[in-house]
Design a protein around this ligand. Structure first.
Ligand code: ATP
Length: 135
């Protein structure tokens, strides 16, 4: 089966390099399924799980926004943060989710910026918990 080299990097580290048969990512314009020989593109990414298939096996990572670039022989994900399922600290994500929910409940007038930050933190935590197979 034909494959493309996928690299997932963050400003902090190289998260994963694999020869993949398919990538499924959530771009800001919708879900993208990328097979080898896909037309070149660049898209911003949502905070969402990213799926890849390598060696016939699916794997899911938690990605918190960034960019996806498809080139003729390579796919690059430059993510703000990205974790493979086994790297996710579930207790940390649960407490991040709790903190974000508390902040949302304590909403007051003139706190739109904090609300947007709480929403974003909540999305990151939910994505990590989902990828880790937790509720
Ligand atoms: P927290 O409030 O727990 O720091 P956060 O969503 O604000 O969560 P980020 O700013 O998205 O954290 O990430 C900061 C760094 O910590 C990144 O390198 C990210 O990969 C890592 N990270 C965040 N949460 C987790 C987690 N639950 N498990 C493993 N790594 C995590």
């Amino acid at each position: 089966m034909s494959t493309t080299r996928l690299e997932i990097v963050t400003p902090r580290r190289l998260v994963l390099v694999a020869d993949v048969e398919m990538v499924i990512a959530r771009g800001t314009e919708g879900e993208l399924g990328i097979l080898p020989q896909h037309a070149p593109l660049v898209t911003p990414l949502e905070v969402a799980p990213l799926k890849l298939r390598a060696g016939g096996k699916w794997e899911e990572l938690a990605v918190s926004g960034g960019y996806l670039e498809v080139m003729p022989n390579r796919i690059t994900v430059l993510a703000n943060t990205a974790e493979r399922a086994g790297e996710i600290d579930v207790a940390r994500a649960r407490s991040a989710r709790e903190r974000a929910e508390e902040r949302k409940k304590g909403r007051r007038e003139g706190e739109e910026i904090d609300m947007a930050r709480a929403e974003a933190a909540l999305k990151r935590a939910i994505t990590r918990l989902r990828v880790a197979g937790e509720k």
